[in-house]
Design a protein around this ligand. Structure first.
Ligand SMILES: CC(C)(COP(=O)(O)OP(=O)(O)OC[C@H]1O[C@@H](n2cnc3c(N)ncnc32)[C@H](O)[C@@H]1OP(=O)(O)O)[C@@H](O)C(=O)NCCC(=O)NCCSC(=O)C[C@H](O)C(=O)O
Ligand SMILES: [Mg+2]
Length: 361
């Protein structure tokens, strides 16, 4: 364990100083593309400004014999593209136990480190994985002469990673956030769902029987209510992130055609505290942006509570409901998010009626 005194010192001579706070840039939608897929890659420049994050994926979903092509493709795209002010460039490198991870990190940091905001590391098992990447990135940043540190995002997709989630979040000042990897996590835990995220009709609770009519033969079938397979995991991830001042994200929703269930899954994550999600297909982008932006009604209500609470102490009645110091804090979460999003999204600025002065601030 590092001494707290050393925590914010660079891990290599000449590396940029670590950050003390995760930048609050919008990251509602992290859009995945395969840089080795020419058709997909060709669409990337036109997506700048339409998504908060473009992520060049090098790991799963890229065929083994296309790994080098994906890495080279990402370098070419990053060099040729101006990502502007409002779209970040992230990558997901191959897993640390794969033969590609070291070359991914070395090539990307030295070739396009000035363009990369965040490196997503899959299948993180514990703080030791973050420490390895942390030191290596510092060495590579020093070698490349970078002036700002590249941040690290871990994917929670193993039981061991889940058990170590708090120490992963606090392992380095580079830690930007965590995403849920429901497919790998389900496999590692030996869960019996074969879906990439989302619910399962078999995971349910059933209404009590009427007068011992267990089979529903007399009074008709008992209602069942599908439950959320991912509730515990997302809530645990959100707590660990909040404790360490980093950002939680939902991950992939694999049923591309089921845009309704996708929206539900994203909204559950938003309500539980996540700031964004992955999009795997263009159809998921608008859903993610909409769900991870508060509604105009939520913002208007939150502002009314803020106004009614005056100096922020005591209790007041508003529309028959009690509001106090704690509900004020809940409302400030909504207002601050709305104002942050409005700074980069003129349509949201108009929707939330954010004053121009606040937009600039
Ligand atoms: C899922 C896909 C394989 C579907 O691709 P495709 O069959 O080509 O879909 P469409 O025909 O509907 O595509 C319509 C057009 O849109 C383009 N397209 C598709 N996806 C993207 C994209 N992500 N970015 C940009 N453009 C995209 C197609 O090229 C079509 O173009 P055109 O023909 O000109 O109209 C595909 O969407 C895909 O591969 N998506 C990414 C998958 C991915 O990244 N998977 C990895 C993340 S999930 C994961 O790893 C699991 C996780 O780690 C865990 O453990 O849980
Ligand atoms: Mg995975």
């Amino acid at each position: 364990m590092r001494s707290p005194k050393d925590f914010f010192k660079p891990l290599a001579v000449g590396a940029p100083a670590p950050i003390t706070q995760v930048p609050a840039r919008p990251s509602r939608v992290i859009h995945f593309f395969d840089p080795s897929n020419e058709k997909m890659a060709a669409k990337v420049p036109a997506m700048v400004g339409t998504v908060d994050v473009l992520l060049g994926n090098l790991e799963d979903a890229v065929k083994a014999d296309r790994k080098e092509a994906a890495r080279a493709g990402l370098v070419a795209i990053a060099k040729a593209t101006d990502f502007g002010e409002h779209t970040q460039l992230w990558t997901r490198v191959n897993a640390l136990d794969s033969p590609w991870a070291l070359d991914d990190l070395t090539t990307l940091v030295t070739e396009i480190g000035d363009k990369l905001d965040v490196i997503m590391v899959p299948k993180v098992q514990g703080a030791e994985d973050i420490h390895y990447v942390d030191r290596l990135l510092a060495q590579l940043e020093a070698k490349a002469g970078l002036s700002r540190p590249i941040l690290v995002h871990a994917i929670l997709e193993t039981a061991r990673g889940m058990a170590n989630v708090e120490e992963i979040c606090g392992a380095s000042p580079r830690m930007q956030g965590l995403s849920l990897g429901p497919a790998d996590l389900a496999a590692d835990r030996r869960m019996k769902t074969t879906r990439v995220g989302g619910g399962h009709p078999g995971y349910l609770v059933r209404q009590d029987p009427v007068e011992g009519d267990i089979r529903g033969e007399v009074h008709g079938p008992r209602a069942t209510y599908q439950q959320d397979l991912w509730h515990y995991t997302i809530a645990r991830m959100v707590d660990a992130c909040a404790m360490h001042g980093i950002l939680p994200y939902y991950g992939p929703f694999g049923d591309i055609a089921d845009v309704v269930a996708c929206e539900d899954q994203f909204r559950n994550a938003f309500l539980l505290g996540c700031v964004g999600t992955w999009s795997l297909h263009p159809v998921q982008i608008e859903i993610a942006k909409r769900v991870f932006s508060p509604t105009a009604e939520d913002v208007a209500h939150a502002r009314r509570v803020v106004a009614a609470m005056g100096d922020g102490t005591g209790a007041v009645m508003l529309d028959g409901k009690m509001e106090d110091d704690a509900s004020l804090k809940q409302c400030l979460v909504i207002v601050e998010l709305a104002e942050r999003l409005a700074r980069t999204d003129p349509a949201l600025a108009e929707l939330y009626a954010v004053e121009p002065a606040t937009q600039e601030g």
